[in-house]
Design a protein around this ligand. Sequence first.
Ligand code: COI
Length: 355
Amino acid sequence: MTAETLNFNITYAAASRISEFDPQNISFGSVFTDHMLVADCINGVWQTPEILPYGEIAYNPALASLHYGQSIFEGMKAFKNENDEVLMFRPLENFKRFNISAERMCMAQVPEEIFIGGLEELLRIDAAWVPKGEDNSLYLRPFMFASDVYLGVRPSLNYRFMIIMSPAGKYYSTPPKVKVETEFIRAAPGGVGSAKCAGNYAASLYPAKLAQDQGYTQLLWTDAIEHKYFEESGTMNVMFVKDGKLITPNTSSTILKGITRDTLLQLAKSLGFETEERKISVEEIISGIQSGSVTEVFGAGTAVVVSPFAAIGFEGNDYALPEITEQSVSSQLKKALNDIRTGKVEDTFGWVWKV
Ligand code: COI
């Protein structure tokens, strides 16, 4: 079975809803394209995937994923180039990471033909939904959940893999103000921090809500043992510019191996910046902001792309970061990334996947 030979059972939507969608006014994750992909793995055997009109799915109250949380996802984006061709960005990296998450959560492995082939087929059908314009893209959300109807605690025997797609603009409308979290933790060594599993996001909501009540947009997680070293921020990896060098925490079992993170490190090197992946203490960054050696702190992720922070809150004090300009490292990286993934410049890295 290859992406070319795999058959999808396709049922087309009776009418497109695209005229109801306003590309000038996109709110993240709230509008979905006309079609979705559904593939079931029954007792270890993947059934023929179906492409169906986007819509609700019925579920049994004893659905295993609702009770024990075997549920994983990926976030990816598609763009249009000048010739209106649809481009995905590094989809094989998401595919590999998805199956790494699946292994950690004791779930079925998804074949490439279904994951990549399904994305390609859906994008061909719903190509009109890929928005153009600065900061716009079609956000792709492959996900999988345990579909056994059973309340005993054991790995599910059946899984449902799905892909839905949603036009996206900027994730944050203003630069986020983030709080260094020193009470709650996101992940501990040996846990599931490097898996893209639903529970990691659920567990972040309460501490994030407390921070939002104090006026912050997001959290900056620290390590579970000493609360001394930065890990990642909510929904994104974190990067710093110190003395002109791009530095970021090295990945581990507690940090998601971000594809945007990896892309920016490679782009930074190609633009001539020095990069370092290492332990970064809160103390190093706070004193660096005060002395002026730390000039930028930003989030990196599929949804947020490159998102410079306005300020960092730590132990009741807010440390403002300098305004971002076109010359800022984060601006240069964002431009380089956007130019490649929208086909404006030649992709010498082999990252762009034409559908
Ligand atoms: C992504 O960047 O795709 C994410 O995983 C963030 C998402 C939870 C909004």
